[in-house]
Design a protein around this ligand. Structure first.
Ligand code: NOJ
Length: 766
């Protein structure tokens, strides 16, 4: 039956290709934890089991929780608590669970520790720009120790959603558009949080949002995603699978409809792919209220149907909607779901609690929390990792690095001294309006720290840009919508900025988006510099002094004017607590920038979605007849995926393959020399791309298959090697619906970004 759907050509490819089996996960939990969990399960009533499948809100917030969970905890009705960061309250609630509930099962406390706890690291998109997985691993390891000391055992991190559309606000939380880079960053975060094995100072991860959330229609957060299976398998699911293979203990189901079936009730996703194909044996947690919202989507008829659809889809734990709590026991008693199935769903939750040591050490040592959170090594690490995450986009006439003898600097822009914004969104202590306790260093403060009191530093901030429509999260962060500047206010700010620029030797413009502009429920239609920033920038450049633009933002922005008129542009993203010092390290040349873009940078808002690994068209745009597929702007990116400058220069040469011809089941290796041709040391990121020229499906023009960030002294050459075996060459064929390596001809490129020209080729045969 199936075969009828294949064309003769497809049959040829399928017959001679190699079908690849992909690896299954071994349990993320220990055999000892399993044994203990199974014996505990035998003592539990159905209600107690359902209780373990419920994650209640620790905060009483409209729309989330009407009352504190105390009574439910005492009845054994709460397996986990989210959104409680007050250690005293964590201990109070834990005492109820451990002392008052019949079986004394401790609660597991979960929260979004996305990029640090008190010490806030660069946002995930920034850390991905380092192209150095150890940046993520080190940051998340420190965050895990901090979180655990503060009573958080479970983080809702890493977000591994592929994002091909910069309008989508949550692009800031992920690693960008590429599955290979995304997988490396996902695995590094799993290692950072969970360590070699779960224990008393590690934190359980939740890989989110499963799956296709980043493909929201129009980049509008929460909107439906329509992603065909081949695109899911070849792109969107890849980092999730990588995280599962690295031992991730948790997965969070996404909010939106995936191909018309809400992800939180999607049996294909949560059972067929995740458990059957990948062998996942951990916990699937819903996103907040998502089980209840199966009714809102128009997928479930009411609470009972929602509980039935979610549990049978394979979702273990209901975050905050209380739908399981209120309906699941009835669904079991009615015989629609067996108690044995419920046991399977409870098992990994108990296993996690045993492995994390919660049964032996359920409470937080309140006296030691601040000492752990304020460890000076966190601050030093943050500054170093922030420096590794920055991307130098433009540097005409060697404007950077700056001279350390500068005496008069004008610092312009609303982000120059915005302490909250330099840390970005989703900060643990900043989220609920309590404010950060981390003392962030702004760019203004960083430059002051560097130049001391001898230098004249003038700040003209200009008006803070604001969103037209605020979101539910803004009520927690305190971000407000303010009216746009009037023409008169705008003229006054511009006059001040021009005067400051005229009186300075150099201008540093610090512009971009406020932290709340790149976040959940913070998508936007335009990618321009919000507010009057573009006008201020153009005005100060008109003054004629050298200008350096430092961008603080969580997504690519439309900077096409700046890319032609501002001599130096440094993408700092939201660099975290030590951000201002780290920016200054790069501006003054103590750190040679080595970050590269994890996203294709658009030349205009209207070119989104934009990604380098698209397919060839019937008439590719590099032919003379079609230089672009738009008539008003180039469809080429302003800066390509993988791009970033350095204060030195690199040359790639001697691209070799160990075999020019190989069988589809064989391995190959590519090697390339990278030379630092400049006069100072610097980091290069070697990138390997391939293209399969023909086969059972059209393949992307280029796909990243290997990368390595490497430090080279002036004049130094290193030879780097990358495997090109079945793991790199396989893809999910939409025709055979299997993973295949096909007989074909392949192009290979090596270089410093996705437009690399150093080329070789090889052939695969049956
Ligand atoms: C909703 C977000 O989509 C998710 O990423 C987050 O982990 C939960 N809220 C809990 O804070």
């Amino acid at each position: 039956m199936m075969l009828k759907r294949y064309s003769a050509i497809a049959l040829f490819w399928i017959a001679f290709s190699s079908v690849i089996a992909t690896g299954a996960q071994t349990s993320p939990f220990s055999a000892e934890a399993k044994q203990k969990a199974e014996s505990l399960l035998k003592q539990m009533t159905l209600d107690e089991k359902v209780g373990q499948l419920n994650e209640s809100s620790g905060l009483v917030i409209p729309g989330l929780a009407k009352e504190k969970p105390d009574d439910l905890i005492a009845k054994g009705g709460v397996g986990s608590i989210l959104w409680q960061m007050d250690v005293k309250e964590i201990n109070r609630l834990q005492h109820i669970a451990v002392e008052k509930s019949r079986l004394h099962i401790p609660i597991i406390f979960g929260f979004d520790v996305i990029h640090g706890y008190r010490t806030v690291f660069p946002v995930p998109l920034a850390m991905a720009s380092s192209w150095d997985p150890s940046v993520e691993e080190q940051a998340q390891h420190l965050a895990a120790q901090d979180a655990r000391a503060a009573g958080i055992d479970w983080t809702f991190t890493p977000m591994v959603d592929i994002a091909r559309d910069a309008r989508w606000g949550r692009i800031v939380e992920g690693a960008g558009e590429d599955p290979v880079l995304g997988s490396a960053m996902a695995q590094a975060q799993v290692r950072g949080f969970q360590g070699p094995k779960l224990g008393q100072d590690s934190v359980l991860v939740t890989v989110k949002h499963f799956a296709g959330y980043g493909a929201a229609d129009g980049g509008r957060d929460y909107d439906s995603s329509y992603v065909p299976e081949e695109l899911l398998r070849n792109v969107y699911l890849v980092p999730f699978h990588a995280a599962v293979q690295a031992g991730a203990g948790g997965i969070m189901s996404a909010y939106m409809d995936l191909n018309d079936v809400p992800a939180s009730g999607n049996h294909w996703l949560l059972t067929d792919v995740l458990r059957k194909d990948w062998g996942f044996q951990g916990i699937v947690l819903s996103d907040a209220l998502a089980v209840g919202n199966l009714v809102t989507h128009g997928y479930a008829s009411g609470g009972e149907d929602a509980a039935y659809k979610a549990i049978t889809a394979g979702l273990n734990m209901d975050m905050a909607s209380l739908t399981y709590s209120q309906n699941l026991a009835k669904v079991v008693k009615d015989g629609r779901v067996s108690e044995a199935y419920i046991d399977q769903m409870v098992l990994p939750i108990l296993e996690a609690k045993f492995d994390l040591g919660l049964f032996d050490h359920p409470y937080v040592d309140e006296a030691s929390v601040d000492a752990v959170l304020n460890r000076p090594e966190g601050i030093a690490l943050e500054r170093k990792l922030a420096g590794r995450s920055m991307v130098l986009l433009r540097n005409e006439n060697r404007t950077l690095p700056l001279s350390k003898d500068l005496k008069k600097i004008a610092i312009i822009g609303p982000l120059a001294d915005a302490a909250h914004d330099i840390e970005g969104g989703w900060t643990v202590e900043g989220l609920f309006g309590k404010g950060s306790k981390s003392h962030p260093v702004t760019v203004l403060a960083g430059i002051r720290n560097r130049l001391g009191t001898d230098a004249q530093i003038t700040l003209v901030a200009g008006p803070q840009p604001s969103k037209v429509y605020t979101s539910m999260l803004d009520q927690f962060t305190g971000a407000k919508s303010t009216p746009p500047s009037t023409p008169q206010e705008t003229a006054e700010w511009i006059a001040k900025a021009k005067a400051a620029a005229a009186d300075a030797d150099l201008v540093v413009a610090v512009m971009g988006e406020t932290a709340s502009m790149s976040s959940e429920a913070s998508s936007r239609a335009s990618l321009d510099l919000p507010g009057i920033q573009e006008q201020m920038l153009e005005a100060i450049v008109g003054v004629g002094k050298p200008v350096v633009l430092v961008l603080e933002n969580g997504r690519p922005l439309d900077i096409h004017w700046a890319s032609e008129h501002v001599p130096a542009i440094l993408e700092a993203w939201y660099p975290g607590t030590q951000g201002g010092d780290a920016v200054t390290d790069v501006l003054f040349g103590d750190v040679n920038p080595g970050g590269k873009l994890p996203v294709s940078w658009p030349s205009a808002s209207g070119v989104e979605p934009l990604y380098y690994n698209h397919n060839l068209t019937h008439d590719p745009e590099d032919r003379p007849s079609f230089t672009s597929r738009y008539w008003d702007v180039s469809s080429k990116p302003l800066y390509p995926f993988g791009y970033g400058l350095s204060y030195t220069a690199f040359k790639f040469s001697n691209l070799h393959l160990s075999k020019n011809r190989m069988s589809v089941s064989d391995g190959n290796e590519v090697s390339v020399d990278v030379t630092n041709t400049g006069s100072i040391a610097g980091d290069a990121v070697a990138q390997i791309y391939i293209h399969q020229r023909y086969g059972s499906a059209s393949r992307p023009v280029r796909e990243l298959k290997g990368f390595e960030r490497v430090l080279l002294q002036a004049g130094e050459t290193k030879t780097l090697r990358f495997p090109l075996g079945t793991e790199q060459l396989h893809f999910w064929s939409p025709q055979s619906k299997t993973w295949v390596v096909e007989p074909s001809d392949f192009d290979v490129w090596a270089g410093g970004d996705s437009t690399a020209s150093l080329h070789a080729e090889f052939k695969t045969t049956q």
